[in-house]
Write a protein that binds this ligand. Structure first.
Ligand SMILES: Nc1ncnc2c1ncn2[C@@H]1O[C@H](COP(=O)(O)OP(=O)(O)OP(=O)(O)O)[C@@H](O)[C@H]1O
Length: 231
C-alpha cells in the first residue's frame, strides 16, 4: 500500500488511520494516498468497514487513531473549503422529500454557482435517464431512480474529491457501465475518487487500484481486485 503523503498534490490521504465505534475498531490500520486523477476502490466482505472508512474520509467520523488529509490539510467537514472540494453519495435518504428531481439538481447547480444551471441540469437528467421523471418527487421514484438522482446531484457540482459508497446499488447493468465510463471521465478531468464497491465490472471499468478492507488491509491491482470480488 502506498504511504500517505501530505503534499497538496495528494487529494486525500489516510495516515495510520484506525476507524470504529464505541465497541472498537472495525478494521486494521490504513495508510494510503489518492492523487488527483486516481480512482481507488475499497473492497471487502459485508461489514468489514468500508462505509466506516468513507465516513472518516468525509470527516463525518473522527478516526480512533491517525489522521486524514484532504489536499494537504487535516479533514474538517465544517470548513467551507472542504465542503466546496468534496462531493459524495453515501446515504440512501439524502434528499429533500418536497423537491422534484429537477429542483434537486437546480438547487445544487445554482448553489454551486454553475454558469448555466439549466443546461447542466438538462445534461444530468438526460445522462441519468430521468427525462420522464424530472418532475417527480423522491417518494414517487423507484429506488434505482432515486439513486440516479443522488448520483446526478453529486456529479453536477464542481469537486476535487468524490466519495461514493457502493454507487452500483440499485442500478441496472447498462447504467452501471455508463457510471464506470463517467467516473473514468471525472478522474481524467483531475478529480480523485474513492468508492466502496462489490461490483467487479464497475471496478474494472474505472478503478486504478483497490484496498481490501480487513483486519489487515492490503492493496491490490485492478486485476487482483476483480478476481477477489469474483472468488
Ligand atoms: N453507527 C454505527 N454504530 C456502531 N456500529 C456501526 C455503525 N455503523 C456500522 N457499524 C458496524 O461497523 C462495522 C462496519 O460497518 P460498515 O458499514 O463500515 O461495513 P461495510 O464494509 O461498509 O459493509 P457493507 O459491505 O455491508 O456495506 C459493522 O460491524 C457494523 O455493524
Amino acid at each position: 500500500m502506498s504511504a500517505a503523503k501530505k503534499t497538496p498534490q495528494v487529494a486525500i490521504a489516510a495516515e495510520e488511520m484506525l476507524v470504529g465505534y464505541d465497541q472498537g475498531t472495525v478494521c486494521g490500520e490504513l495508510n494510503f494516498s489518492v492523487e488527483p486523477g486516481d480512482v481507488l476502490a475499497l473492497i471487502g466482505a459485508n461489514g468489514t468497514g468500508k462505509s466506516t472508512v468513507l465516513k472518516a474520509l468525509l470527516g463525518a467520523l473522527e478516526p480512533a487513531e491517525g489522521k486524514v488529509y484532504l489536499l494537504g490539510s487535516p479533514v474538517d467537514d465544517r470548513e467551507l473549503t472542504f465542503r466546496r472540494d468534496v462531493s459524495s453519495v453515501m446515504d440512501e435518504d439524502a434528499f429533500f422529500p418536497s423537491l422534484t428531481v429537477r429542483e434537486h439538481l437546480i438547487l445544487m447547480a445554482k448553489g454551486h454557482g454553475l454558469p448555466d444551471p439549466e443546461a447542466a441540469v438538462n445534461a444530468e437528467i438526460s445522462a441519468f435517464g430521468l427525462i420522464d421523471r424530472e418532475d417527480a418527487l423522491p417518494s414517487e421514484l423507484s429506488s434505482g431512480q432515486r439513486r440516479r438522482m443522488l448520483l446526478a446531484s453529486a456529479f453536477i457540482r464542481p469537486f476535487r474529491v468524490l466519495v461514493l459508497d457502493e454507487p452500483e446499488q440499485r442500478l441496472d447493468p447498462a447504467t452501471r457501465l455508463a457510471l464506470a465510463d463517467r467516473l473514468r471521465g471525472i478522474a481524467a478531468d483531475g478529480a480523485a475518487i474513492v468508492m466502496a464497491t462489490h461490483d467487479a465490472e464497475l471496478l474494472s471499468g474505472c478503478a486504478d487500484w483497490a484496498i481490501v478492507i480487513d483486519d489487515e488491509p492490503y492493496a491490490l491491482t485492478v486485476e487482483e481486485a476483480v478476481a477477489h470480488l469474483q472468488s
